[in-house]
Design a protein. Structure first.
Length: 294
């Protein structure tokens, strides 16, 4: 049976089925809009921004354009920081669009905007700032308590406390659990975290999970994560090298392992053919592939 990685979430499948739904260069349009508003406001002394920013009471009085136009308010009125902020919006958006694809980035941005609108209408801007302040404070507390620690209970509390960087603490828990003598309860917690992390769209987490599953004797799950990792990072030779290097550490004669290594090698070769790539592996990785093909 050919080894496959079917670990793709519903968002990826939706984006693949609807490739025309995205707004190409969305971040560029937002950055241009913010720059235009900021520059015009230099002459209108802030009057334009006052007409565009989100204000719940005024929206309920009929100024519904504010539901959309608030995204065009720049982060600063200072000309230098205005242009810098617009460039950051453009650069970050373009980078995410290249990494995720147009549809996924558009969905991410529009959903975030919709949630901001809903929160603003339900709670008001002041309440949103209070909520954000609480979340930011929790983030700082979690970072302080989990810094340079291998204590699994501390990492677990940090993951529960921090709504921004919870994945980092869960991943640290999983990594450390695989290297320590843990209780059955800690093992169950590590497995639960690993399962949750495996659903993330990430170009780094799958490699960590591959190592975790392989170290704990779950070959099929480890191979699935290794393949997910190289699929997300197909253009990076170093990532292919890291993946095959990890697999070589856990080499086995199991037919599943043999098929998985051969399949990943075929994926790499196919990518090279389709993209005129030059992904080259070192002698150890090439030798592993040769052994699995023999």
């Amino acid at each position: 049976m050919m080894y496959r990685n079917d670990h793709y979430g519903p968002i990826d499948r939706f984006c693949a089925k609807h490739p025309r739904l995205g707004i190409s260069n969305l971040a560029m349009y937002i950055a241009i809009g913010q720059a235009a508003v900021g520059i015009l406001d230099l002459f209108f002394r802030g009057a334009l921004a006052n007409l565009l920013f989100f204000h719940r009471a005024l929206i309920f009085r009929g100024q519904v354009w504010r539901l959309v136009t608030f995204v065009l308010i720049p982060s600063s009125s200072n000309p230098f920081y205005l242009l810098l902020g617009c460039y950051v919006v453009y650069w970050t958006g373009q980078m995410l669009e290249r990494e995720w694809g147009t549809v996924k980035f558009s969905l991410f941005y529009l959903c975030g905007t919709a949630l901001s609108i809903a929160g603003g209408l339900l709670l008001g801007a002041s309440a949103l700032l209070v909520v954000f302040g609480i979340l930011l404070n929790c983030n700082m507390i979690a970072r302080s308590m989990a810094q340079d620690t291998e204590d699994l209970s501390v990492l677990s509390r940090a993951a529960q406390l921090d709504r921004f960087e919870w994945a980092e603490y869960m991943l640290a828990y999983v990594d450390h659990a695989a290297q320590q003598d843990v209780t059955p309860e800690e093992q169950r917690q590590a497995d639960a975290y690993a399962d949750r992390l495996s659903r993330l769209d990430s170009n780094t987490v799958p490699l960590h999970l591959a190592g975790y599953y392989l170290r704990t004797g779950r070959l099929e799950q480890g191979l699935a994560m290794a393949e997910k990792y190289v699929r997300y990072t197909a253009s990076d030779s170093a990532c292919w090298q890291r993946a095959f290097g990890l697999l070589s550490m856990y080499e086995t004669e199991d037919p599943l392992f043999r098929e998985a290594v051969v399949h990943m090698a075929e994926l790499m070769e196919t990518w090279n053919e389709e993209h005129m790539g030059e992904i080259v592996l070192d002698e150890n990785a090439a030798a592993l592939i040769a052994r699995m093909r023999s």
